[in-house]
Design a binder for this molecule. Structure first.
Ligand code: AMP
Length: 179
């Protein structure tokens, strides 16, 4: 987890490659659905463009599908999910069904000013100043309850500063995960 523009995609990609496991990004899946013009994409569009979270039910539907077909023995990485306590609870139910366990949450943190700088040059459709601000606000409101929830559930949470050299950040993640 991490705010928009924290480098979740970049770091998630590196980590998944290193561990030879698949990475599933709910944001990527939603953007693809939007491009394909599927009913889910159409429903998600207005939330994404406004910088709001897509409803938990839609997201849990996506993740449920992923987990139902997921058969990698080495595990998998979820990028950008869960983002709310309701999603974390939904994930716990799904994992109970599949008999999988969550090893750790990686919390990537980056100061707001740095995020604004990064995203104003990225050029994605939801990277307009107002939308970025709203996404940061939403993230800020959900982050603590979610981290508290995971800490109370006994899941390992590692916090890494997402600023500086990409490889150093990755090394930090690996070290904290004891990999
Ligand atoms: P991301 O690529 O992770 O920054 O996600 C882009 C946008 O997709 C977010 O601003 C949300 O509108 C939506 N989204 C992605 N993942 C989730 C999620 N787990 N819960 C709710 N909305 C999500």
């Amino acid at each position: 987890m991490g705010p928009p523009g924290a480098g979740k995609g970049t770091q998630g990609e590196l980590l998944a490659r290193r561990l030879e496991i698949p990475r599933y990004s709910t944001g990527d899946i939603l953007r693809q659905a939007l491009r394909d013009g599927t009913p889910m994409g159409l429903e998600a569009k207005r939330y994404m463009r406004a910088g709001e979270l897509v409803p938990d039910g839609v997201i849990l539907g996506i993740v449920g599908e992923i987990l139902a077909h997921e058969d990698s023995d080495a595990g998998f990485l979820l990028d950008g999910f869960p983002r709310t306590v309701a999603q974390a609870e939904g994930l716990r139910r799904l994992l109970l069904e599949t008999g999988d366990d969550l090893d750790a949450i990686v919390d990537l943190s980056v100061p707001d000013a740095e995020i604004m700088k990064r995203l104003s040059t990225r050029g994605r459709k939801d990277d307009l100043q107002e939308t970025i601000r709203r996404r940061l606000e939403v993230y800020g409101a959900k982050k603590k309850p979610l981290l508290d929830w995971y800490e109370n559930s006994g899941v390992k949470v590692v916090s890494v500063q997402g600023v500086g050299d990409i490889d150093h950040i990755q090394a930090d993640i690996l070290e904290q995960l004891a990999l």
